[in-house]
Design a protein around this ligand. Structure first.
Ligand SMILES: Nc1ncnc2c1ncn2[C@@H]1O[C@H](COP(=O)(O)OP(=O)(O)OP(=O)(O)O)[C@@H](O)[C@H]1O
Length: 933
């Protein structure tokens, strides 16, 4: 056992030697002319493993072209190490690095410095080395001949051998050995040449603060929680350790999945993957982007052989579930980018399932600008003694220094006009506008696009197809004068270059969202501006929260004179285009719903919104009906009255129990159910952001409803979903029947138009008739007067028909009851008669009935009654139609019971009369028969 090897670089020509003390052979590969030749040499060394090299030599031999990296990456360090360096140029750090590395892992250390150029470095090294024995330092400055050096090594061999121990997978460096404050450039880190080349190539030279703090710890195999301001370079802080981990694995068990990077959105995963490719371009392991939007099978074929995967949670989980040969058994490192988001409720179920598929023994890195400190989260991830690194904890502000932040207070109905005025005033800018939900994004994008502000207008939301999303992302990335309307899928992590403005047209749901949104500008030492638009009702609470989060923000006033009022223009547009009008209606409803579902009730109060003015500002003449608001109000009233009752019996001190406490009390339950639902959603849609329109609203709800609006409406969305489900199951309503009838009159062979995103454009004349849409149309409140009138006529007809059927049914039931009664009475009477008959006929011969000739009175009675019933039926069925109106009145009055009892008495009399008559008939017949005989 034992090896000597080395790499010398001399005017970019490299030489390698390898020595196996067991075989007593020295393999020499001198001065390959190119990197390829060098790699070929290394390959041939590897080839010799089985014959000439053993154990440690094997590992080292593999990395012989770069022994330091070999040692670093495999964790297998030969104690007899000979490093040959020419001591020039970039070898300085190498020597230091070698000393640190080998000191921490070797008990025997030998170093030869070629040419002796860097005697200072040699001396430094000697000082380090001399602290522990036995260590040897050789200067090769006097060694003219390579073979001489080999002989020297051979002489040492027996001595070295006695101290030969290998520490497998030694836990890297001592924390103290990488002092972050002393790191001035990436080369100061003990990184592989390939990574350093990649960094250099991408023009990354000086590490940022978070990189300085985290990379060293991560290289030491520590679990790290990294937090720093937006745009401060967290991506590289985890990409570099990932590359090094993979490189380290390469010599041993680089098989299958070794590193996993999870991002909350597809765009962010895509961006991270690009950085990984850029910095890792000189490495030769496989990497894959797993975000959905492509056939699963296509990914499944490659995923099992991919060493590093950048993914979104839903898609990854789908592979765990459905790709049979995919496993994470060899996983070494797990990274959660935007960790607080990934670990929040929306992803809870998916993440729990993913974590269950990962080996417990792994390194975990968590990064975010708003890092989680939740012990629960950390416990879920089974972190081992994690280090919390907050690069800007003591900074005066939690947002970037070069970011100028202001806010404007304006009424809800002025927002679009304000936006338009803003865009017209900033035509040569790159602007990112955030809105609450995707239906708003769609509508505002469409309106602004039609009004042509003189710049490219784009939109990005979760309802878009994957290809379109990538297209928009790239276009916004590329262009300089452009506005992008987006939901919060664009709020985290995205690194668009040179964004001048971030405008938050809708208030963010919390301060964390604010920080991430504004963080899309003023990235990495650039400047940027952020404008927050607040409603008067939102101002106080939101500004207070922002200030308590160390966010510097100033109020600016709107110059009303410079505002261009768009409402009349929008009304004209909506009047002439039903598609736009429908978009406006949806935007209106979803905005209100999202405000209703916001958890922070101090900031968001849907009751205070002027919905009428808002609908007008969107171009809607009539405000769409919003059922959920009515329901919510009813629930609030119910809750108020019940809580009023409750509190009356409570101690006075309980009165201080505020709403927030109450809602937080109910929080876990609501959260749980929300998150469950969300995750069912994942299962169907692959990942969190991979949802359709409503899905995305669902995603918002996940967080917003977490606040548990009230105990009564604990899960409003769910209630609504239930309602939707019920409405699907509900017996057909008259309106639905009427619409169906209308539909039948629509001529077939119609044309369907599709928009850019491949969605069918709905034509008002070809009304869709799904139950959901019917309800939507219902809520529209008779916008299309003609259609509404027609529908009302049809409804009227159906109404009458239904009413007639109802009356008929009622009559039928009454008749049946009457018959039952009659039958029962007759049966009673018959029983009495039979007794009599038995008495009369008691003396007769039992075998031969002398009265056989007499018709059976029961049969006779039954026949008569059947005839009567038939005629009665006919009579009453005719009567029913005539009596509809009177019946109607009867329905709701005490007259009903009176007339019923009257008719009942007369019926009884009639029946009695009939039965007396029957008896007389029978008696006469009996007498006649007896006389006849
Ligand atoms: N060491 C570096 N030298 C130069 N530029 C860097 C360095 N590190 C990162 N950058 C650049 O800084 C920008 C922001 O980096 P990154 O996206 O990693 O920030 P972040 O902290 O992850 O932001 P966020 O919190 O928004 O996700 C990127 O354009 C990146 O290329």
């Amino acid at each position: 056992m034992g090896v000597c090897f080395g790499l010398g670089s001399n005017n970019n020509r490299m030489s390698i030697i390898q020595f196996s003390s067991e075989s007593k052979q020295v393999h020499q590969f001198r001065e390959p002319q190119s990197r390829d030749a060098l790699l070929a040499a290394v390959d041939s060394m590897q080839h010799m493993r089985s014959s000439t090299c053993t154990g440690t030599a094997l590992e080292m031999g593999y990395h012989a072209f770069d022994p330091l990296n070999g040692a670093r990456s495999t964790g297998h360090v030969a104690h007899e190490t000979l490093l040959i360096t020419d001591g020039r140029s970039n070898c300085g750090p190498d020597i230091k690095e070698a000393s640190l590395l080998l000191q921490s892992r070797s008990t025997v250390f030998a170093l030869a410095i070629d040419l002796g150029y860097d005697l200072k470095a040699a001396k430094e090294l000697q000082a380090i080395v001399s602290t522990e024995s036995p260590r040897y330092l050789f200067s090769l400055a006097n060694f003219q001949d390579f073979n001489e050096m080999v002989r020297m090594v051979q002489r040492l061999d027996s001595k070295l051998k006695s101290n030969c121990k290998v520490r497998k997978n030694a836990s890297a460096f001592n924390v103290q050995q990488i002092v972050s404050s002393k790191i001035k450039s990436f080369t100061d880190f003990p990184l592989s040449r390939r990574t350093l080349d990649g960094l250099k190539n991408a023009k990354y030279e000086v590490p940022t603060e978070i990189q300085r703090e985290c990379i060293g710890l991560a290289l030491q195999n520590r679990d790290v929680l990294g937090a720093s301001k937006t745009g401060s370079g967290k991506t590289l802080a985890f990409i570099i350790p990932v590359l090094e981990t993979l490189y380290k694995m390469k010599g041993s068990q680089l098989c299958g999945l070794c590193a996993l990077i999870i991002s909350p959105t597809r765009e962010l995963a895509y961006q991270t993957f690009e950085v990984l490719k850029k910095v890792g371009r000189f490495h030769d392991f496989s990497a894959g982007l797993v975000i959905g939007g492509k056939p699963l099978q296509e990914e499944a074929e490659r995923i099992a052989n991919t060493n590093v995967i950048v993914c979104t949670p839903g898609r990854l989980l789908q592979h765990f579930d459905e790709t049979f040969n995919f496993s994470a058994d060899c996983l070494q490192i797990l990274v959660l980018d935007e960790a607080d988001r990934i670990l929040d409720l929306g992803f809870a179920k998916a993440m729990n399932a993913i974590i269950a598929n990962l080996p417990a023994e792994r390194q975990t890195l968590l990064f975010s600008a708003t890092q989680t400190k939740s012990v629960k989260d950390l416990a879920r991830l089974s972190l081992f003694d994690p280090v919390y690194v907050s690069a800007h904890e003591n900074a005066a502000y939690s947002t970037p220094v070069h970011l100028v932040q202001s806010y404007i207070v304006c009424d809800l109905h002025q927002k679009i006009s304000l936006l338009w005025s803003f865009l017209k005033n900033h035509p040569r800018c790159k602007i990112l506008v955030f809105l609450t939900c995707c239906k708003q994004v769609k509508f505002v994008h469409e309106v602004i696009r039609r009004l042509q502000p003189g710049m490219t207008v784009l939109c990005l939301h979760g309802g878009m197809k994957q290809l379109k999303r990538v297209e928009v992302y790239e276009e916004f990335y590329r262009k300089q004068h452009v506005v992008l309307f987006a939901t919060d899928i664009a709020s985290r992590g995205l690194d668009f270059p040179a964004v001048n403005w971030v405008v938050q047209l809708d208030c963010p749901e919390d301060t964390s969202t604010y920080i991430h949104r504004v963080g899309r500008t003023a990235r990495f030492e650039r400047e940027g501006e952020a404008l927050l638009v607040l409603l008067p009702t939102e101002e106080d609470a939101m500004i207070q929260q922002l200030q308590s989060r160390k966010i510097p923000i100033n109020k600016i006033r709107v110059n009303q004179k410079r505002m261009m009022d768009l409402s009349s223009k929008l009304q004209a547009l909506c009047a002439s285009d039903t598609t736009l009008k429908e978009m406006a209606q949806r935007a209106f409803r979803t905005y209100l719903r999202s405000i209703l579902l916001m958890k922070d009730k101090k900031v968001f109060d849907v009751q205070k919104l002027d919905t009428e003015a808002f609908s007008k500002s969107l171009g809607l003449a009539i405000p769409p009906r919003i059922r959920f608001l009515g329901k919510h109000e009813a629930q609030m009233r119910a809750q108020d009255s019940s809580s009023g009752q409750d509190t009356s019996s409570e101690d006075e001190s309980e009165d201080s129990h505020d709403e927030t406490d109450e809602s937080s009390e109910h929080l876990p339950k609501a959260r749980e159910s929300q998150s469950n639902r969300k995750n069912e959603h994942f299962a169907a849609f692959l990942d969190e952001e991979d949802t359709d329109d409503d899905g995305e609203i669902g995603m918002f709800r996940v967080k917003k409803t977490a606040a548990a609006i009230t105990p009564v409406s604990m899960v409003p969305e769910e209630t609504e979903n239930e309602e939707e489900k019920n409405s699907r199951k509900r017996p057909t309503t008259k309106a639905a029947i009427a619409k169906r009838m209308l539909k039948k009159s629509i001529v077939a062979n119609t044309k369907t138009k599709f928009d850019d995103e491949g969605n069918a454009v709905i034509d008002i004349h070809k009304k869709r008739l799904t139950d959901d849409q019917e309800r939507v149309e219902d809520e529209a409140g008779g916008i299309n007067v003609e259609a509404a009138a027609k529908r009302m006529r049809m409804e009227d007809m159906v109404d009458k028909d239904l009413y007639r059927q109802k009356i008929k049914q009622k009559h039928r039931e009454e008749r049946l009851k009457k018959k039952e009664r009659l039958r029962a009475e007759k049966a009673q009477r018959r029983a009495g008669q039979e007794d009599e008959e038995e008495a009369v006929l008691a003396s007769a011969d039992d075998d031969v009935n002398p009265l056989n000739f007499i018709p059976d009175p029961d049969e006779l009675a039954a026949r008569i009654s059947a005839q009567e019933n038939n005629s009665g039926d006919e009579r009453s069925s005719f009567g029913e139609e005539e009596d509809e109106s009177s019946d109607n009145e009867e329905n709701s009055g005490c007259n009903h019971s009176f007339s019923e009892s009257v008719s009942q008495t007369s019926d009884e009399e009639e029946t009695r009369r009939e039965s007396v008559q029957d008896d007389e008939d029978l008696a006469l017949r009996l007498l006649a028969g007896a006389m006849h005989r």
